[in-house]
Design a protein around this ligand. Structure first.
Ligand code: NAP
Length: 358
């Protein structure tokens, strides 16, 4: 059991990120001071929303520069002026398309970054708890992995054993990083480790960046990319604000422990399109059918889907058990229809989706 002192600053790594920005906002709204690490304090495109938060909460948000690949890079942010008790470690590269060198682009920053942050915590006696942003990708790699599980219901007991550098490298990066985190956590007794394992995160962004994987997915649902049909794929979805709240609850719930699957609903891409159509009617060219598997094999590679990926994921259903997150953290979930609508409204305001009715 770890009681975290709310008068001490909390460190959030990867502070400019989609999830981390909401975590920071919620902490500030609760009156908690925040130290956020960013790669560069002069990259105004990435951090302007943090500067706005800093203006809204004067003296409560401090930025530190740190890079996952530089050993000791987080030490100062952890140890400075008496140090932090709570670290929320979100920083890790999140992209699925266009990976050229998986070791360098995904695994090294995920794994070395986690090792760096946790080793620095070991050198800082103030640290009592670390909340790591892992992923359901560390629970299972391909949908077909659920076939060996009763009811195809994936829980915190399960681990991804099928991803590798060449097949599903992003899930692999999250798996090796989380495994290493538990190994380091078990080698000491100064701080405890909790993980948040979100499914695919959607919903409004606090930053003005438009290059994220979630934004790309939502754009492709409404911009006609899948107008002739979507792959028959299932995926878990969750609101970014629920994911952020899960991190804050994990930090400040003294008895909370372990891994936490954080996912609101599991839907096929076609179900997701239906949810959007129910709200927006014919406003967008949303997909109305699922592609037969043979067609997915034919055109999938043009959308970045490899044949092994298609064979292990298309047409395979599974469920994610979110009951532990509700019980251990007291988390409640927004309906995913609300999340989609607010996400799309933000894209409409930013003129990032087709303007006219089709
Ligand atoms: P994001 O906006 O891309 O955030 C990733 C953060 O990691 C960014 O702040 C990025 O910094 C930072 N980062 C990447 N490489 C770094 C490096 N070498 N040194 C320092 N910082 C580095 O994506 P996100 O969705 O918020 O992801 C946050 C965490 O959630 C990640 O651990 C991701 O794996 C996990 N997650 C995300 C989802 C999802 O659907 N979004 C689902 C499950 C788990 P810059 O701002 O400088 O690029």
């Amino acid at each position: 059991m770890k009681e975290i002192d709310r008068s001490k600053p909390v460190l959030v790594t990867g502070g400019a990120g989609y999830i981390a920005s909401w975590v920071i906002q919620y902490l500030l709204e609760e009156g908690i001071s925040v130290r956020a690490t960013v790669r560069s304090k002069t990259d105004s495109k990435k951090i302007s929303h943090l500067q706005k938060l800093s203006d809204r909460f004067p003296g409560k948000l401090e930025l530190f520069e740190a890079d996952l690949l530089k050993e000791g890079s987080f030490q100062n942010a952890i140890q400075d002026r008496g140090g932090v008790e709570l670290i929320i470690h979100t920083a890790s590269p999140f992209f699925i398309d266009g990976v050229k060198n998986a070791q360098k682009e995904l695994v090294d920053p995920a794994l070395q970054g986690t090792t760096n942050v946790l080793n620095s915590a070991n050198k800082s006696p103030s640290v009592k708890r670390i909340v790591l942003t892992s992923s359901v990708a560390a629970v299972f790699g391909d949908n077909v992995d659920s076939e060996s599980v009763p009811g195809r219901l994936m829980t915190e007991e399960h681990w991804n054993t099928t991803s590798s550098l060449t097949h599903q490298p992003y899930p692999y990066s999250k798996t090796v990083a989380e495994r290493e985190a538990w190994k380091i956590a078990q080698s000491q007794n100064q701080w405890d480790l909790l993980t948040i394992n979100p499914s695919f995160v959607m919903g409004p962004s606090l930053s003005e960046r438009a290059d994220g994987t979630s934004v790309n997915f939502m754009q492709s649902m409404v911009n006609g990319k899948f107008a002739s049909g979507v792959p028959d794929m299932m995926i878990g979805f969750v609101d970014v604000r629920d994911v952020a709240r899960a991190h804050v609850l994990a930090g400040f719930t003294p008895n909370a422990k372990g891994r936490h699957i954080v996912s609101a609903e599991t839907l096929t891409f076609l179900d997701a399109a239906k949810v959007i159509r129910e709200k927006y009617g014919k406003r967008f060219p949303t997909p109305k059918s699922a592609l037969p598997k043979f067609l997915t094999y034919l055109i999938g590679p043009f959308f970045g889907l490899s044949w092994p990926y298609i064979s292990r994921n298309v047409g395979v259903s599974f469920q994610l058990d979110n009951s532990y997150s509700k019980k251990d953290l007291g988390l409640s979930y927004r309906p995913i229809s609300e999340t989609f609508v607010e996400h799309i409204q933000q894209l409409i305001s930013a003129k990032m989706v087709p303007e006219k009715k089709v």
